[in-house]
Design a protein around this ligand. Sequence first.
Ligand code: K7E
Ligand code: CUA
Length: 653
Amino acid sequence: MKKSINIAVLLLLITGLFSCTGDKSKEGNKGALASNAAEKVYVAPGEHDEFYAFISGGFSGQLSVYGLPSGRLFKVIPVFSQDAEKAYGYNEETKPMLNTSHGFIPWDDSHHPDISQTNGKLDGRWVFINGNNTPRIAKIDLTTFETTEILEIPNSAGNHSSSFVTENTEYVVAGTRFSIPIPQQDIPINEYKGKFKGSLSFISVAPEDGNMSIKFQLMMPGFDYDLSHPGRGKSHGWFFFTTYNTEEANSLLEVNASQNDKDFIAAVNWKKIEEYVNNGGGKMMPANYAHNVYSDETHSATSTMMKEVLVVDPSEVPGAVYFIPTPKSPHGCDVDPSGEYIVGNGKLSADLTVHSFTKMLAAIENKKFDGEAYGIPILKFEDVLAGTVKQAGLGPLHTEFDGKGNAYTSFFISSEVVKWNVETREVIDRQPSYYSVGHVMIPGGNSAEPFGKYVISMNKITKDRYLPTGPEVTQSAQLYDITGEKMELLLDFPTIGEPHYAAGIPAELIKGKSKKIFKLSENKHKYATISNGDARVERDGNEVHIYMTMIRSHFTPDNIEGVKVGDKVYFHVTNHEQDYDVPHGVAMIGANTSELLIMPGQTETFVWEPKQVGVWPFYCTDFCSALHQEMQGYVRVSPKASDIKLSWSLGDD
Ligand code: K7E
Ligand code: CUA
């Protein structure tokens, strides 16, 4: 008896040990732990996720919306790139959104979404995101999840230290990555040093409607401005920017911009500059940049070219800008929820540098400077330093906070997320990421009140994590539970484009405000057809305007004659449905554009230039009812010289 008990205990121990070592060797993604993790990310069919995550689409130029913890993709919001699925940038209404001083630019590289705030807390009204390539800032309305405003940034190039908001969304900030001649001019590249400048733009956001306009641009020395974050709480009124290439090299930066042991974090007292500007400071400079606004009333965008911008020379505003030396080409620049600590992650450093806002103010007060750069005082490293996190990992990039006194830093080279205590700067935990993490994100992590339940890492490389799909494999995010002392990896999920930063928010804060339909009675589109009796076709020279309506399951009209080869045919189509989730689509054979996907109560337009005589069909592209396949029509196209009169009909009328 005694013997058999011992054997049973031994068996238990052995199996226990086996499962334990088994778990370790497979990084805890199999067996009992996996089912525990599965439970934590499982959102039962019909149930809702706890958080929305807005993940940048990187080189797709878009913004994707995921649910957390499930990792389910809800929507890809077109921002800077044309999207045939939603007709964004293809229909006449949204083409102006992609207008710039370089003309129609149908693509960009989007990196950093940030959600609007009130009193340092997420308010869930808008998401802002930057376009790096042709510098732009976009605003997405969180009642419709649609891009409603895009502002081009003049005097900027590689708009990377963007788009971060101050604690009452007073400003969304956009900083240039590349310095350039300002104004642009034809000069030798090797005259970079001293002649090129970097601009930091402060874009005011109107409290009621969110309208963006550039309040001022700060003309900074010719460094590269990499990332930025606002002060908050005690440091509200300040903004911090990491710089690299303080060497001001213009070639082989890999070597030439890694000479200085320390670059800078630029600390900008924007309140001081705001005051200076409000009192008439700064200079108006000629410029040319697009301001594009979409209206939910007219369902159309307009593009206006702006002709000047207010620029400020920081050396003319004493006390407005200081440089804080920060080791080794810092990338991330992150401020903790209290506003006291500014973390600079030197890409080439093993240690993390944590600066103290209080010490910075004291050093400024005592005028303890270590020289200046282009008239901007340089503080002493030791005077501002709160401390370092020693040997935390390799290749630190970005830091996010959980609101419970902990920070989470991503390490690109050692491919891990490291948790450390903000006050003591001791490392608490480290978990591998698969592989080579860029940003990390905690919902509300860039606010005074983070929701420290999950962190997601956004990874650059996936290799063996998914089924192979040829040479190009998906980018990926990973979800970790951070409610305990140790982080726990719960889930991998693929992302669109290259995910850089993301912004997360509790679903409760926005889901109740989500728009369900557009009221037909409030449709102010110039070409809307509100009543079926007004459906018609009009000719104006070689332009033909079709005023069409759609409802389950027909178009009015659906037979059109009298169109000729060489005409420019505008389909202005209004969806008469007033029920949630009943869009109709419309597509025309041979149209050199995308389909339209029209929401209830909305009007959209596409242009068709028929090139061949015949009778050509159009149809609804969205399976809208049992008789969706019957939702179709014809346009008769006659020769150019034909005298067939315009006519239109539906059924027998
Ligand atoms: Cu580190 Cu563009 Cu924020 Cu990517 S950036 S990772
Ligand atoms: Cu309307 Cu299908």
